[in-house]
Structure formats: C-alpha cells, structure tokens
Write a protein that binds this ligand. Sequence first.
Ligand code: NAP
Length: 477
Amino acid sequence: MKTYRQYIDGGFRDSHSKDLIEVVNPFTEKVVATAANGDAQDAADALEAAQAAQAAWAAKPVIERAGYLKKMADVIRANRVELARTLVEEQAKISALAQVEIDVTAEYFDYYAGWARKYEGEIIESDRAGENILLFRQPIGVIVGICPWNFPFFVMARKVAPSLLTGSTIVLKPSSETPNTTFEFAKLVDTIGLPKGVLNFVSGRGSTLGDALVKSPITGMVTLTGSVEAGEQIIRATAPNITKTSLELGGKAPAIVCADADMDLAVKAVVGSRVIFSGQVCNCAERCYVEASVADEFMAKLGRAMAEVTFGDPFADPNPAMSSQISKEQLEKIEGMVQRAKAAGAEVLVGGERPDMPTGFFYKPTVLGKCTQDMEIMRKEIFGPVLPVMPFSDLDEAIALANDCEYGLTSSIFTRDINKVMRASNELKFGETYVNREHFEAMQGFHAGWRKSGIGGADGKHGLYEYLQTHVVYIQH
Ligand code: NAP
C-alpha cells in the first residue's frame, strides 16, 4: 500500500503530525493508500517555501514559466493510463471518465501555457499633458489552492496553471478523500526541474491544515472549490487579513424542458447530466422542470432512460454508466434526502433505494415525481443520481422557479424556439446556461457561480485575470 508524504520546497518530507489519512476505494471499500494528516506547521513550512521562491519565479520571462506548464502536460500524457488508474481507485470514477479527466488536465496546462504571449497590461489616456498612465498586471504572490474530491486532478490544474503562469507560487491541498492522484503528479513534477518551492502539495484536513493555510498572512489569495459550508468558513477565516478569495461552490442546476423541445435529445442530455460521475458533479442537472402539456411523455421516456442506466465496477469493460458514491456519508446523505422528499409527498418513479451490491456505496438512479418547489430535494444540492421533476405551465413560471434558488452555478433549457432561448439567456440568473445540450463547461469559457455558488470564477481569459492584480503607474514627464 502506498504512503504519500508532503511535497514542500522541491522535496518529499514527513509531516510534523504523525497522524495519517486512510484513502478508501469507494467501490471495494478497502484502504488503498495513506497520506499525511498535515498540521499547521506543515502549512507554515509550505507557505514559507512558496514565499521564498516567488520573487525569482516572477522574475522569469512568462514564456519560460509557460515552458514548465508544457512539461507538466507532457509528463501527464506520458503517464496518462497510470494516473487514470489511480483516479479510479481513489474515487470510483468509471475508467473512461477518469481517462478524460487526466487527458483534459494535460490540455489545460497546455491551454494556459498558450496565454503566455497573450495577457496584457494597458496604457490609459491621461487628463494631463505630458503624462502616461500605465496599468501593469502583476502576480498576487502566494496562492493557496484547496480542492474537492470530485475532480481532484482537473481542479488541481485549474488552480496550479494560472497561478504559475502569472508568476505566483502555490500551496495546494487536495481533499482528504482523494489525495493520491495529486501526489502521483507531485512525483512527476519532481522530475521536470521546476525551481523548488514554486509548487507545493500538502495533505491534511480542511479544519486544521486548510484553516492554517487560509489564515496565514503569507497567503495572497485562496482559491477553493468545494461546498458552500467550506466557502462560508473560508470567508470568515480570511476576513482578518482581507485576503482575496475565489470560491467555486455547490449548485442546484435546473433543466427546463419546453413542450416544443426535441424530447429524445432532452431526455438523453438530462440523464447524462444527472448520472455523470454518479451525480457528483457541481454542474449536474439537479432538478427538472417540464412543461405540463408534455409532462407524461417526458416522464415516461425519462423513467425508462434512468432505469436503463447501468452501474457497477468502475474498471469493468465495457464501463457501466456510473459507479459508487464517494463515501458512506454521501450515500447516507442522498438516502436521507430521498426519504424526506417521500415523506413530503414526492413519488418514487424509478430507483429510490440502494441496490443489492456486495461492496460499494451505491445508490440506484432515481426519478422523483410529484415534487414541489418547497421541498428540500428541489432546493438543496443532492450530489447523487437522483432527479426530482416538477411541471410548469409557461416559460414565465419556469424561469421564476429556476431562479428561486440560493445557488446560481449552471442551468439548461431545451426548446426549438429562439425567442425562448433569448429570454432564458437574458433572464436565467446563473453563471452558465446550456441550450439543447448536457451541462459541462469548456476550458476557454468562464466557470463562475452567482449567489451562494461562489465568488469569482475559473477558466479562459477571465479566469486568468483572477490571478493577476493591477498596478497603475502615473508617469509625468
Ligand atoms: P468540501 O467538503 O467543502 O471540501 C472541499 C475542500 O475544502 C477539501 O479539501 C476540504 O478539506 C477543504 N475544507 C473544508 N473546510 C475547510 C476550511 N474551513 N478551511 C480550509 N479548507 C477547508 O467539498 P467536497 O465534498 O470535497 O466537494 C463537493 C462540493 O464541491 C460540492 O458542493 C460541489 O458542488 C462543489 N464543487 C464545486 C465546483 C465548482 O466549480 N463550482 C466543482 C467541483 C465541486 P477536507 O475535506 O480534506 O477536510
């Protein structure tokens, strides 16, 4: 069994804490690795290493920094199969999707390397004669990146790539559920000649190590991908230092299916958006509104499609459509939400229980009818393969129901009517809307939530500029 050590200042070292985190394969329920349960001293060591390395890193030409991102992409590609295997083992993502995550992560490093010659400052016209106003874009300094368990490898790159490209250094903490792929990557990074201290990986709990990282005065920005609860705690913890935060939090994405939609396309996209990675994706379709005149047809097709969703061993060939939930706690959370929905009047049309499996934290793909807007299942993030559905009478009502939500990450609409598309584009209050397709973003877009889904965002030009601060210089000559 593998044991992962902290990666600080260009080398692997033991944690100050002797405590270990056990990493469990959610499908077999067996411990597959241990990682350090790091403490505040580990956090301080990593931050000090990142701080010491930052000025020299920022002084390198950006094209040179981009070269290291390309090397990271190269070592990922050279080890793509082994990395995907590690990912499947630590989180029971089906192997085809795990391979996509690894491959897209390599592309992500290449994508941000490509920004080296593109990001710019500005020259601003002055009110005075003989004056130039220059706006520089400069690195923030030391970034703290905190990752969730659902896309541990990709989200790691989402934080590392823009930090390093723009001249900051970073301390990154993976989720305690899924540290393995990150530390396998650390071993690869150790071979590419990156200056020591530029990239540091530390494992440990959010409440201890994570808290110490975000509270430190060394930290210039905290970028968290995780739950609303963790976001709230981090806002409080960073308040004394007024530290910049970029928060990518939970979602409760509505999918609106209009009567004029291509019904088969809508069913396929909604089911795909619900069961991808066993429903554990922030932008998953979490609730569905269907126009009343086609509700019976849609529900019949949806029920059949969800009942046909296969689940099982994530390594099986061919892959099932989904596998186990990440943990017993997540499984019990889903179970509790479905039970409370039933007690409030929802009807289980498909699933609604654990399957009979020898091992693994499985929940059956589930469709709930007779849902109402006030139910918890329509308002709180489920993060599992459960789709509550509710009818609507017209687009005004559908948009109002969709917007009536504390989250604001993603949304979708299925219609052939361009007027409805334009109304949804203007009136849905979400960071992203998908029209006639599944929920999933592109690296050149901008992934940012409204309301409790977050502050700031990631990807593309706007995601890169999150990692830069401005410095305006007035030159009188
Ligand atoms: P989580 O429980 O909030 O944990 C996320 C990370 O934050 C973990 O590394 C956790 O550490 C750490 N953490 C927790 N409390 C902290 C604190 N007070 N200070 C510092 N760090 C702290 O979330 P999760 O269960 O891993 O991930 C699922 C959630 O992430 C869902 O809500 C999902 O919607 C959201 N998500 C959002 C996006 C997006 O782009 N908007 C993408 C993916 C996931 P430990 O767990 O190791 O203790």
